[in-house]
Design a protein around this ligand. Structure first.
Ligand SMILES: NC(=O)c1ccc[n+]([C@@H]2O[C@H](COP(=O)([O-])OP(=O)(O)OC[C@H]3O[C@@H](n4cnc5c(N)ncnc54)[C@H](OP(=O)(O)O)[C@@H]3O)[C@@H](O)[C@H]2O)c1
Length: 363
């Protein structure tokens, strides 16, 4: 049985779901993959738990329970906790792993942190493998991000499509020498939901409030409405396709006006009703032409764009959530990958799939 050490950065929704899947899937992982994931470190933004021989399943489920109650990974942690209870820096976790002479470690980044790039690079230099659901390291300036693309020990299925095999499909097309012409789709589940509520005649501000109340948006809904998350996904797909774009090669339409960026979240939620009338006018103009508004992302070798587009109400893109690949082989009839996407369980399953792929291919 392969015993694979795992360092988990991030124990929020996705990290907790992954821990549950690791623990509850132990028997299947052993019988199907001859593998045992030995989770040696779990960290959040404040603290960590570490055990060189692997935390017990009971400890892992206790961490999930603590995070479910908004506590820290180490529930004893307090703001004024002594230094030994604070999480070491992200690099400190790697120091502990290399001092313990752990080999073939799987490093998982399910944070949404900006600070992970250097940690992931050092992990690769140590001979470890890396799995990301965090898009930010892959969407950083190309000079810094390029080393992660097509690296044999990096996988990132869950960065796009929330667990649907989007990255795997693109990888297959590229591996079999297809030529990518265009990638297109609705890449934000949150904005997809809001657009469908606009179709139903719901005011924009109501749709945003509903999405927030249902937990579909980030805590600050502007993170979704600003289009940056969809832009990062498109940048990742474009870079994989062979176009080393930077952020400024992708046009981004934000659904809120720039002055609203400086408001607090609650001020923004009050102010968002200002956007109802102009949005309603756009919905009505589209409807008059038998069209609907969708937040569409598209990229080709010229560059990319994410933004609201009026598209025929009867078209597949208006009615189904998918990402399409138009390629040399799939030119007249693009290849579509769709279905339910996002949600922490599916995203965590995408991470688990990547972990098992690395175990098969690298270990
Ligand atoms: N949720 C989804 O459906 C979905 C789908 C696709 C991709 N993703 C991506 O997956 C990632 C995780 O999403 P999520 O929904 O699980 O987010 P989340 O609930 O906000 O969890 C993020 C976790 O990362 C921890 N963290 C932040 N900075 C850290 C650092 N420097 N070192 C270690 N841990 C750190 C946070 O700590 P605290 O608990 O102390 O705050 C938290 O536990 C994000 O990048 C997201 O974009 C999510």
């Amino acid at each position: 049985m392969k015993r694979v050490p795992v360092i988990l950065y991030g124990a929020g929704g996705v990290g907790s779901a992954l821990l549950r899947q690791i623990v509850h899937g132990r028997d299947q992982t052993a019988s199907r993959n001859n593998c045992h994931f030995s989770v040696v470190a779990v960290t959040d933004s404040k603290t960590w738990q570490w055990a060189v021989n692997g935390l017990s399943d009971e400890q892992l489920l206790d961490i999930v329970a603590a995070k479910g109650q908004n506590k820290a990974v180490d529930p004893q942690w307090r703001e004024a906790a002594p230094a030994e209870m604070q999480r070491p820096s992200e690099h400190g976790v790697l120091d502990a792993a290399s001092e313990a002479e752990l080999e073939n470690v799987l490093v998982i980044d399910v944070t949404a942190a900006d600070s992970m790039e250097s940690v992931l690079k050092r992990s690769l230099n140590l001979g470890y493998s890396v799995v990301l659901a965090n898009k930010k390291p892959l969407a950083s300036p190309w000079e810094r991000a390029s080393g992660f693309f097509h690296h044999p020990r990096v996988r990132h299925e869950s960065t796009v499509g929330g667990g649907q095999p989007i990255i795997a499909t693109l990888r297959y097309l590229l591996d079999t020498h297809d030529l990518i012409y265009q990638i297109e789709g609705q890449m934000s589940g949150t904005l997809g939901y809001i657009c469908q509520r606009l179709d139903a005649g719901v005011a924009f501000s109501t749709a945003v409030r509903e999405a927030k109340a249902n937990g579909y948006t980030e805590p600050d809904p502007r993170d979704d409405l600003g289009g940056m998350d969809a832009m990062r996904k498109l940048l990742i797909l474009g870079r994989m396709a062979g176009w080393p774009f930077e952020e400024n090669n992708i046009t981004v339409e934000s659904l809120y006006a720039p002055p609203m960026a400086s408001l607090s979240v609650s001020e923004f939620m009050d102010a968002v009703a200002q956007l109802d009338e102009p949005m309603q006018a756009r919905v009505a103009a589209a409807k008059a032409n038998e069209q609907v508004l969708r937040y569409v992302a598209e990229v080709n070798e010229q560059g990319g764009a994410v933004g609201l587009k009026a598209i025929p109400a009867a078209s597949a893109l208006a009615n189904l959530k998918y990402i399409s690949f138009r390629t040399e082989r799939y030119d007249d009839e693009p290849l579509l990958i769709g279905g339910k996407g996002a949600g922490v369980e599916m995203t965590a399953a995408g991470v688990m799939g990547d972990m098992l792929t690395l175990v098969r291919e690298v270990y």
